[in-house]
Design a protein around this ligand. Structure first.
Ligand code: 13P
Length: 246
């Protein structure tokens, strides 16, 4: 299976910085690994157009659970799809923690995104306190069952799951490859039960301080199919290294 590396640019980069990124990235990207990029939605068109030149797919960092209507400030998944958007990240811990998104809202967003023909990267992960009190598996199982409840439209092709331990995001503390593998194997076992026939084929990404110097070890794990990357995806040369293009 080709590994998938996803850049989550969060609320970083102005338009000029986006163009500069692609000047470097597109010249060297070999497609050895699949590359997807989620910019701020105001730069979506720019990333769709620049990414197209190198077969890089663009996506949203969030979207509405409605497709149209009186929802000031929200982004319609179906209108994003019309522009050429490939995917949406849903359930990121920053959305859960800062914007108080519940599993119920996330489940509704996943469903609307699939109805809009967007691929979904569904994020989950435990806090440090939850890990230290031995709750990791319970938390992951609850997040999967609640956030992916009633997902009759999910397929191995339109669902990607990203395990992002919250204590590893932006902290420089990566889960060890063995720790990440253990969580991924657990998530895989739940997906197999939840989605008989295709659960084992859903791609599982690891996120949380993935860098050029730890990516190979992480990707070598049996159940790690790629990475969801914040900080190290912002510099074109680092993102190239993550994509296997040094
Ligand atoms: P960092 O790679 O900066 O730790 O961020 C991870 C993340 O939140 C990606 O969605």
């Amino acid at each position: 299976m080709t590994k998938l590396i996803v850049a989550n640019w969060k609320m970083n980069k102005n338009a000029k910085a986006c163009f500069e990124f692609f000047d470097t990235f597109n010249a060297k990207y070999s497609s050895k690994r699949e590359a997807w990029i989620a910019p701020q939605s105001i730069h979506l068109n720019l990333v769709i157009n620049q990414g197209m030149k190198a077969n890089v797919k663009a996506g949203l960092q969030n979207c509405s659970d409605h497709t149209s209507g009186a929802f000031t400030g929200e982004i319609s998944p179906v209108n994003a799809k019309e522009l050429g958007t490939h995917f949406v990240i849903l359930g990121h811990s920053e959305r859960r923690e800062i914007f108080k998104e519940t599993s119920k809202t996330i489940a509704a967003k996943v469903k609307t995104a699939h109805q809009s023909d967007l691929k979904v990267i569904f994020c989950l992960g435990e806090t440090l306190a939850e890990r230290e009190s031995g709750m990791t598996e319970t938390v992951l199982k609850d997040q999967l069952n609640q956030g992916l409840s009633d997902q009759s439209l999910a397929t191995a092709d339109n669902l990607v799951v990203a395990y992002e331990p919250i204590w590893a995001i932006g902290t420089g503390k990566t889960a060890t490859p063995a720790m990440a593998q253990e969580a991924h194997a657990f998530i895989r076992s739940i997906l197999k039960d939840k989605f008989p026939g295709f659960g084992e084929k859903v791609r599982l990404l690891y996120g949380g301080s993935v860098k050029p110097d730890n990516v190979e070890e992480l990707l070598a794990q049996k159940d790690i199919d790629g990475g969801l990357v914040g900080g190290a995806s912002l510099k074109a040369n680092d993102f190239l290294a993550l994509c296997g293009d040094k």
